[in-house]
Design a protein around this ligand. Structure first.
Ligand code: SF4
Ligand code: SF4
Length: 438
């Protein structure tokens, strides 16, 4: 596949990939048969002929002709990746659907009917709000890579955009990197996006190319050996969707894998964290949940308990994953919480920031503490615990309590209390169902 000349634009690259994928696809339907979205989650797709469903996607990529069933599959794909191993032609159906989704969103944007058409602007606003309520401007400058970085670093800790909404995760990871003596620089925030929002949500391939080129160039400026990413969506975007378009002069690695590779250097320093921990998992072929399990299992007196949830249903709780089947979101979260309680877990360890955002808001309904795995590992390393301000805000039932908690930071950022008070009820709606926007 990669012996062909490298296209000069991302759009041309994706066109080339689409041609290769659809030429190789025999429309056997095996990918549809194993897809977890097809079935209980989407009865109309379950009732359809798998050959027809995937055939519609192939036709769309080849001719632009659309049909409702294939449109539905494309838009409800949760990125589980179950289809990849099932394909007898060894092609990647998830990539095929990603490219189809980007084209579909472009058509919807052109017609003014893209439900995700302004997602990037909206996301940047939400990040600004969350940052303005939870951290100092100096911390924000550091996390986005504007201050405090060395000129070069062995590794760059690349945050992507959205984890800035849950600073407790970032602060814990920075403490862990410091504690194990990593030589690292930071880069993150909406202006350093991986490009997935522009490409797969807004259908804007040129916009995606521009922002991801800029991000990769900024990462390369540090001359790192490795870029440690956090977000599974960045992982999929750089590692799969646009992989092969631009050369990366460094290795990408998820920070959980990096920590596992260094585990022997800090295993002896891990202090007991007594109690039962249920790990909330996603697979998606990324192996991140396995690395996190390895890290948690190394902590003395921490007992990992298995819970009943479908780690194979989606690669993340967030947009592009579980949120693509919004009708399943509450049910999936309640199943996770219920199972953690049934297994007597003291802590439900969330995997990603998106999982944490949804699940921590349910903590007041279930007798189990919701904590991200990074905070548990930091505790085991004897590091000071950062307050989970995001969870505190989410669990407040009175708006006045939220504003009071966040007042100090809002003043530092010049956020207007009245404006925030007007925005929050809408953003928090669904909190008690684990489905809020914020
Ligand atoms: S990635 Fe998952 S949800 Fe998407 S098509 Fe493949 S199996 Fe289905
Ligand atoms: S399993 Fe592979 S060859 Fe069969 S329809 Fe899906 S993508 Fe095409």
């Amino acid at each position: 596949m990669n012996e062909m000349p490298r296209p000069v634009t991302l759009e041309a690259h994706l066109d080339q990939q689409a041609r290769l994928l659809t030429d190789a696809c025999t429309s056997c339907g095996k990918c549809v048969e194993v897809c977890p979205v097809v079935g209980e989650a989407t009865p109309a797709l379950a009732a359809a002929d798998p050959v027809e469903v995937v055939g519609g996607v192939v036709r769309y990529l080849q001719t632009g002709a659309r049909n409702d069933l294939s449109d539905s599959w494309i838009q409800r794909c949760t990125g589980s990746g179950e289809c990849i191993a099932a394909c007898p032609e060894s092609i990647n159906p998830r990539l095929m659907l990603s490219i189809a989704l980007s084209r579909l969103r472009a058509e919807q944007s052109a017609s003014g009917i893209n439900p995700m058409g302004t997602y990037y602007r909206r996301m940047a606003q939400l990040i600004k709000l969350a940052v303005g309520m939870q951290m100092t401007p100096a911390d924000y400058q550091r996390l986005t890579g504007r201050t405090g970085n060395p000129d070069t670093a062995e590794v760059v800790f690349y945050l992507g955009c959205n984890v800035l909404r849950t600073p407790v995760i970032v602060f814990s990871l920075m403490d862990i990197l410091d504690a194990i003596g990593a030589d690292y620089a930071m880069l993150g925030g909406a202006s350093n996006c991986c490009g997935i929002i522009h490409l797969k949500f807004q259908g804007d391939a040129p916009g995606s190319e521009a922002i991801s080129r800029r991000t990769v160039d900024k990462l390369a400026d540090f001359e790192p050996e490795k870029v440690l990413h956090w977000c599974p969506s960045c992982d999929l975007e750089f590692g799969e969707t646009v992989n092969g378009f631009k050369e990366y002069p460094f290795d990408f690695e998820h920070i959980s894998h990096f920590l596992v590779s260094r585990l022997d250097s800090f295993r002896d320093r891990l202090q007991p964290v007594p109690g039962k921990v249920a790990l909330h998992r996603h697979d998606g072929g990324l192996g991140i949940d396995n690395s996190v399990e390895t890290l948690l299992a190394a902590i003395p007196e921490l007992e990992l308990v298995d819970i009943e949830e479908d780690a194979h249903f989606t690669y993340t709780c967030g947009p592009g994953g579980l949120s693509n089947v919004e009708d399943m979101r509450e049910q999936a979260h309640r199943a996770t919480m219920t199972s953690a309680v049934a297994h007597d877990a003291d802590i439900l360890a969330t995997l990603y920031h998106t999982c944490h955002r949804d699940l921590c808001g349910l903590e007041d309904q279930y007798p189990v503490e919701v904590k991200n795995w990074t905070a548990i590992l930091a505790r085991a390393l004897g590091l000071p615990e950062h307050e989970d301000r995001y969870k505190s805000i989410k669990l407040h039932t009175e708006l006045s309590a939220v504003l009071e908690d966040a007042q100090e930071f809002m003043q530092m950022h010049g956020l207007d209390t009245t404006t925030v008070a007007q925005m929050l009820p809408d953003l928090m709606a669904g909190r008690e169902r684990g489905t809020s926007v914020w």
